[in-house]
Design a protein around this ligand. Structure first.
Ligand code: ADP
Length: 245
């Protein structure tokens, strides 16, 4: 990475990528992009590009991992070797193992797992391009892909981070802000249920800054939630119109 610029936010409160403190990066969401998966979604969140494929509910392999009273949700977060500037080793990293776990735990409360005893669903997250905040963008896309697979959900799960850059609390950090900033707080919520399913913090914040960051991230999630629902509507309204023709 190049040297840290003196200021990541100018006197007018504008960040290096031109955004205001409480502004999201541009987003694009698409549902049903893979014909060989039961459900799929693609997200562009700023420069992040992430594809998610979901398989199931289906018989668990290996069988001994199945549960007699519930469905098992498995998740694999993987970064393509070309997803970051310096080639990432294709071998699974500790970070990918950790992110697979936190993404699974963020999604699981939304799924009615007791409807499918002994079955499993697999969620494959492929990060094609990474620019900070991939765990949150992956959760947003994975929840859409699970919905696209027709799996009953309590609500969609949506992720967004906030954090501290220089001395300001800002929404939706990109890679340089994540690495050169003071703190990062990724959050995922089920907006209709007022439930938080992911809350992490990397860095140092005062209690007041932490509260501001969490409420800013929740506001960001709510904006993305509207786009998630629109992406589902776009796919299924088109399918319905085609069926009616
Ligand atoms: P998140 O992507 O959820 O913010 P991290 O905070 O761990 O997760 O990573 C921040 C960013 O650092 C990633 O989005 C990516 O842009 C970059 N990054 C992660 N792993 C690597 C790597 N192996 N090489 C280069 N950059 C990486």
């Amino acid at each position: 990475m190049s040297e840290k610029p003196e200021k990541l936010i100018d006197k007018k409160g504008i960040r290096l990528d031109g955004r205001k403190a409480d502004e999201l990066r541009p987003l694009k969401l698409e549902v049903g992009v893979l014909s060989n998966a039961d459900g799929s979604a693609y997200i562009e969140h700023g420069k992040n590009k992430i594809l998610v494929g979901v398989f199931g509910p289906r018989e668990m392999h290996p069988k001994h991992l199945s549960q007699t009273d519930r469905m098992v949700l498995r998740c694999r977060y993987h970064m393509a070797p070309f997803s970051v500037q310096e080639r990432k080793s294709p071998a699974p990293s500790r970070r990918e193992v950790e992110l697979s776990k936190v993404i699974r735990e963020a999604l699981e409360p939304s799924v009615f797992v007791d409807l499918y005893p002994r079955a499993g669903i697999d969620v494959f997250v492929e990060v094609l391009q990474a620019d900070g905040g991939t765990r949150c963008a992956a959760i947003t896309a994975a929840s859409l892909a699970i919905a696209d697979a027709g799996i009953p959900l309590r609500d969609l799960v949506v992720g967004c981070a906030a954090g501290k850059v220089d001395d300001t609390v800002v929404l939706d950090l990109y890679d340089a802000e994540d690495k050169l900033g003071v703190a990062d707080v990724p959050v995922a919520i089920m907006p209709n249920l007022n439930a938080v399913t992911l809350l992490q913090m990397d860095g140092i914040l005062t209690p007041a800054e932490f509260e501001t960051a969490v409420s800013m991230a929740i506001d960001g999630c709510k904006k993305i939630y509207a786009m998630q629902k629109e992406a589902l509507r776009t796919k299924y309204m088109t399918v319905k119109e085609e069926a009616e023709e």
